[in-house]
Every structure is written in structure tokens, then in C-alpha cells.
Design a binder for this molecule. Structure first.
Ligand code: DC
Length: 233
């Protein structure tokens, strides 16, 4: 263990590159990694799987303490299971992506997952050099005491472009990916839906803004590592 264990909060909107950046930063600095979005997705996957109407807040509230969500914190293999089942792939489907904002907007869902996130962060602090936690509300709600707070953003167009490249790669096709405007519209819809619950388009107090619009992935990683190292003692 090098010095004091640290929490790095990485917040920002969809498609800004939070996951790639947070994982790489955790790897470079020997920290654990927590993907809180994956937990909201895992909860959503379980609701869809069990026929819960995700538009019905009461139904979601009644069901939300049933699934057992477990997150691994290895940046090389950030496992996510629900009731013991590995759902790493299932939580990235368009069905889950379309439903997750509604589930994440239900306060008892948030209360439960935030408590889980704080437990995981506390364990990482006790057992390792610390953790990079990524999401939408880490710096202002989940862990305001984080020593390093990063708000990672990019223009909507740059975020849509990134998403398109990911989707193209994901299906292994070299043909036409989704229409750029569709991805942009989808991203802006998610921004708007998420903004009803968290503040994905605003930096938390004390957070350093990193705008990735004109930076390569490596440049963003270098910048975040530099910011974390500046506060690490
Ligand atoms: O980062 P992501 O796209 O995997 O997040 C999935 C959804 O979960 C997204 O619509 C916003 C929500 N979310 C949230 O409300 N709070 C978080 N800390 C992380 C994600």
C-alpha cells in the first residue's frame, strides 16, 4: 500500500468515455474499480427478466430489494452478477439501455445501490490502495469525501461518435453502423432522462472538468492520472 488509500470519483454523461478512462486509471495506479452504472443496469436486467413493469414506480420499489447484485472491482475483469448469474453481456443490450433511466429514477433503487456502493468503497479503502468509482453522482452523493473528483465530459457529437464506433465494433461488422443522428438523439434523450435524477451535465462542487472532445483516450487517461497523483499523498 502506497500512502493513504484514495477514492477517485469519475462522473459525467453517457458516452464521455468514463469506463475506459476509469479502468485504465485504476490499472495504472494499482486501484480497484467500481462501475456503478453496471449496478443500475443489473437491477434493470433483473426487473425485465422478472416481468416487472419498469414504468410503474411502485412495482419497481416493491421488487428492488430482491435481486442480489454483486460487483467485482478488478479493473481487468469487472465482473457483475445478479443472484449469482454473470450478466456482464446481458446488461449492455438495447432493451436494458432503454429501460435503465426509469429504474434509476426510483429512489428506493438508488438508496439500495448507493448503500451497496458505499460498502464496496469502504472495503476497497480498507483492503487496497483505493478505488476509482464511476457514475453520475459519486462526487456529490455517494462519496462526497472523495479526494479526487473528476467530471469527464465531451460534446454531444463527440460522445455520439464514440458510441457509434463502439456499436460498430460490438457486432463485429465492418458495414454501416447506426445512423449518427439516431445515436445523437438517443444520447440526448438519455441525458434528459438521467438529468431528472442525477446531474450528468454539471460538475459537482470541487470536481475538475476534463473535456475529452479534442483529446485522444491516452491523453485523457494521462490527464486524469496526473490529477489523481497531485492529490495522492
Ligand atoms: O454509465 P451507464 O450508461 O452504464 O449508466 C446506466 C444508467 O444508470 C444511466 O442511464 C444513468 C444511471 N446511473 C445513475 O443514475 N447513477 C449512477 N451513479 C450511475 C448510473
Amino acid at each position: 500500500m502506497i500512502g493513504k488509500a484514495i477514492v477517485v470519483a469519475v462522473d459525467g454523461p453517457s458516452g464521455a468515455g468514463k469506463s475506459s478512462v476509469s479502468r485504465a486509471v485504476a490499472r495504472r495506479l494499482g486501484l480497484r474499480y467500481l462501475d456503478t452504472g453496471a449496478q443500475y443496469r443489473a437491477m434493470t436486467w433483473w426487473m425485465l427478466r422478472h416481468g416487472v413493469n419498469v414504468a410503474d414506480r411502485q412495482a419497481v420499489t416493491a421488487a428492488c430489494d430482491k435481486p442480489v447484485v454483486v460487483s467485482g472491482t478488478d479493473p481487468d475483469d469487472p465482473a457483475i452478477t445478479v443472484d449469482g448469474q454473470d450478466v456482464a453481456e446481458q446488461i449492455r443490450t438495447p432493451e436494458v439501455t432503454a429501460a435503465v433511466s426509469a429504474v434509476a429514477a426510483v429512489q428506493p433503487v438508488r438508496d439500495r445501490l448507493i448503500a451497496l456502493q458505499r460498502q464496496i468503497i469502504a472495503a476497497a479503502l480498507a483492503e487496497s490502495d483505493g478505488v476509482v468509482a464511476e457514475g453520475r453522482d459519486i462526487a456529490d452523493v455517494v462519496y462526497p469525501a472523495a479526494a479526487s473528483k473528476i467530471y469527464l465530459t465531451a460534446s454531444p457529437e463527440a460522445r455520439a461518435e464514440r458510441r457509434n464506433a463502439e456499436l460498430d465494433g460490438a457486432d463485429g461488422s465492418d458495414g454501416e453502423g447506426p445512423v449518427a443522428e439516431d445515436t445523437l438523439a438517443d444520447l440526448q434523450r438519455r441525458d434528459a432522462e438521467d438529468a431528472r435524477t442525477t446531474r450528468p451535465l454539471e460538475a459537482a462542487p470541487g470536481a475538475v472538468v476534463v473535456d475529452a472532445t479534442h483529446l485522444t483516450l491516452t491523453q485523457v487517461i494521462d490527464r486524469v492520472v496526473e490529477l489523481v497523483e497531485a492529490v495522492r499523498i
